[in-house]
Design a protein around this ligand. Structure first.
Ligand code: ZN
Length: 131
C-alpha cells in the first residue's frame, strides 16, 4: 500500500490528485490491473470528475453546500454532520483500470480528493493490483 499525504487549506475544497496517483502507478511497474484509491476519513471523499474547467470544482462544492447545509437540525454533537453526510454521498473510494502502465481515465477526467471539514492533514491510501 502507498500513502498520499495531503494538507487541505479550506473548510471545503477539492484537490486534484491525478498526477500523484499516476506517479504511484508508474513507480509500481504494474502495466495491467486496477488501481484502488481510498480515503480513510469520515469527513472527506474521493471522486472522479472533470478537471479541465476549474469552475466545475466550485460548482460541485457550492451545490453540495446547498443540498447539505453546514447548519441544520443535526443531532451529532461534534457539529460536523454536514461533512459526514457529504462524505457518505460521494463515497470513500474509486477504482481505475490500469492499461499499458497508464490510468484509463477519460479525456476530461481527473481524480479528486474532496475535503468537507478542513483545513486538516489528510491521507489517501492506494493499492495497484496486477491483473
Ligand atoms: Zn463528526
Amino acid at each position: 500500500m502507498q500513502i498520499i499525504e495531503l494538507e487541505t487549506s479550506k473548510h471545503s475544497e477539492i484537490l486534484d490528485i491525478t498526477e500523484r496517483v499516476d506517479s504511484i502507478v508508474q513507480k509500481s511497474g504494474i502495466k495491467e490491473g486496477i488501481c484502488i484509491v481510498f480515503c480513510p476519513h469520515t469527513t472527506a471523499a474521493i471522486t472522479i470528475n472533470e478537471n479541465a474547467d476549474p469552475s466545475v470544482k466550485k460548482d460541485m462544492i457550492n451545490s453540495l453546500e446547498t443540498l447539505i447545509p453546514w447548519t441544520n437540525d443535526y443531532a451529532h454533537i461534534e457539529g460536523n454532520s454536514a461533512a459526514h453526510i457529504k462524505s457518505a454521498m460521494i463515497g470513500s473510494s474509486r477504482t481505475i483500470i490500469v492499461k499499458d502502465g497508464h490510468l484509463m481515465l477519460g479525456t476530461w477526467q481527473g481524480i479528486f480528493f474532496i475535503e468537507f471539514d478542513g483545513p486538516r492533514k489528510r491521507e489517501v491510501y492506494m493499492e495497484v493490483v496486477p491483473k
